[in-house]
Ligand binder design. Sequence first.
Ligand code: UDX
Ligand code: UDX
Length: 457
Amino acid sequence: MKRRIHNIACIGAGYVGGPTMAVIADRCPDISVTVIDLNEDRIAAWNSEALPVYEPGLDEVVRRTRGRNLRFITQREGAAAVAAADAVFISVNTPTKTQGSGAGKASDLSYVEACARYIAEHAKGHTIVIEKSTMPVRAADTIKRILATTPHGGTFDVLSNPEFLAEGTAIRDLEQPDRVLIGGETPAAVDALAEVYAHWVPDQAILRTGLWSAELSKLAANAFLAQRVSSINAISALCEVTGAQVEEVAKVLGTDTRIGPKFLKASVGYGGSCFKKDLLSLVYLCEFYGLTEPAAYWQSVQDLNEWQKRRFAQMAAAHARKHGGIVAVLGLAFKKNTNDFRESPAIDICNHLLAAGVRLRLQDERVDPAAFRATLADEAKTGFAFFTDIEDAARGAGAILILTEWDSYAGLDWVKIAAAAEPGVAIFDGRKVADQVSAKKAGLPVFVVGQGESVPS
Ligand code: UDX
Ligand code: UDX
């Protein structure tokens, strides 16, 4: 039987659910979209002028659609929206488990299970339930089992439709996706969801697979991307000791069409809410199925990332301790154009520095200081302070670290900044954004990750 989706509900108004639903509403004026979240403050923010997520282009999309065919409501008000929905997306967080079996590695599906119970309780008629959150392979089985407990005799299809958007470019990624992946067992349900995306995505970019392949593809895609960053970071360390330049090496690698040019930027390590969580989830799955060597392989990608952050922090701490013991940290977000700092390398690097007895002066143009403060393992909270102005942040610093590639850092006037800092100050550029000419004019040594012979003494 052909199914059509006229009404969509989405549980979870986070970094993924909010922007994804806004773009669906924008591109499908004939579909009514309701985003539901437990967190009432978050819903209030989605209904205000100050959206809870910063993404270039998001404000405009929400302005066009909110009150037209897009609305944000709390879970308390959500029952009718689920009852009316032909399709319900589950887009809640799936963090790493902190207790029970698989703690520290496996994904915690308790929020997903709570959503499935909520849908089972309120859905009416036939409902397509769509996994948007990243799930371990065969999570759909768990969802199906819960949906089967529905008291209303409703029927369900479960699809996997993982999101590949990257933060900072979410709207562009949603509007022009490389591909949309739909995994499912019932062709009519897969077709109905494909028809939603077909409003703006070319048919050849809509990939259809089995459920388990779709679930695994999302984990594998993030693992492959993380692996590329760890690979180039492993090479970056070798560049530093041999005098090679990682940027040149990356360029050579990238011109091989089999390798391709993207995701070859050496850095202070990857961050973000997904790579570590999904790698660990993959490691756990391998272990669960007794695949010891594959588990160790994927674990090593994460281990290399931890090492990269640690060695950067150690270099900076060693220099700062010789020059007054103060470090300015420019950039706390896990990448530019987002206010998100989940798993940001800045967190671990700051904590390594604090543990080394260094005092920190922190600056970021988007990250909320009060929220970032909570990630720092400094009980008295006296070892660090936040500044909005970069020169203020650099005052008295013996080392200035750049941890996020904000465009504003490319145009810094290093002569002015050097005047505010401690004599002997050096720049530790973890993103290769600092203007080396200006830094040279200011007499500042610059250490750039992966740039041979740049380590300041
Ligand atoms: C998403 C995916 O869901 C995750 O699996 C993927 O790996 C990364 O992207 P994200 O949108 O970034 O997560 O998460 P977050 O910004 O934390 O948003 C989740 C939202 O779900 C929160 O607003 C939270 O309040 C809400 N939520 C959580 C519910 O509404 N109900 C719940 O039961 C649990
Ligand atoms: C990632 C995936 O790209 C996306 O498809 C998935 O849906 C969610 O996870 P995101 O975490 O938002 O997206 O950002 P991404 O652009 O992938 O960057 C992740 C981290 O890797 C950042 O800290 C970034 O700075 C770092 N990175 C990326 C590098 O260090 N070097 C690179 O070459 C690329």
